[in-house]
Ligand binder design. Structure first.
Ligand code: HEM
Length: 137
């Protein structure tokens, strides 16, 4: 079980690296004016989303479910954790929707908007890690 949990945590770090960095790229992309920078951001965003962030999400969830159902974990902490993981997935799909909008040349929102969205995963990560390590309820 400890090997599964180790790779669960490694995959989670990979997922959150993308959840933190992709909105940061959107901050700079939304302010870019020249086509060379804009094209470079599109390539970086696609590679980050499809090459790192989404595989990280799939492995985190797969190994998490293996831990949950394979080793009989239960408790209100796990229920609360699953609600928060659901919100993290919503944020993941928000990243995908913005990725498509940038790729299709839809005029982006303001960089202020992306700066605020960049902070959201910090709240989820803090709450999830406290829930699963401390198990307060
Ligand atoms: C469907 C998604 C997920 C499921 C079903 C799941 C389930 C689990 C289970 C059953 C454990 C073992 C708990 C224990 O050993 O006490 C665990 C450990 C852990 N999970 Fe998840 N998890 C999921 C997603 C996540 C996410 C998104 C994060 C981070 C933000 C995360 C962070 C952790 C950490 C840090 C541990 C190690 C806790 C410890 O060793 O005390 N998990 N997870």
């Amino acid at each position: 079980m400890l090997w599964i949990k180790s790779f669960h945590i490694i995959a989670m770090v990979t997922w959150f690296a993308g959840l933190f960095y992709l909105p940061r790229l959107y901050v700079y992309h939304s302010q870019a004016l020249d086509s060379i920078s804009i094209d470079r951001f599109k390539v970086m965003e696609c590679k980050l989303f499809y090459g790192i962030m989404t595989p990280g999400a799939v492995v985190t969830i797969g190994l998490g479910l293996w831990l949950w159902f394979g080793y009989g974990f239960s408790g209100n902490w796990l229920t609360a954790k699953m609600v928060l993981v659901g919100l993290v997935l919503v944020h993941h799909f928000w990243c995908y929707r913005e990725l498509k909008a940038f790729r299709d040349g839809v005029s982006p929102r303001s960089h202020i908007y992306y700066r605020w969205m960049n902070e959201v995963p910090v709240l989820y990560l803090t709450a999830i890690v406290i829930l699963v390590v401390v198990k307060p309820f």
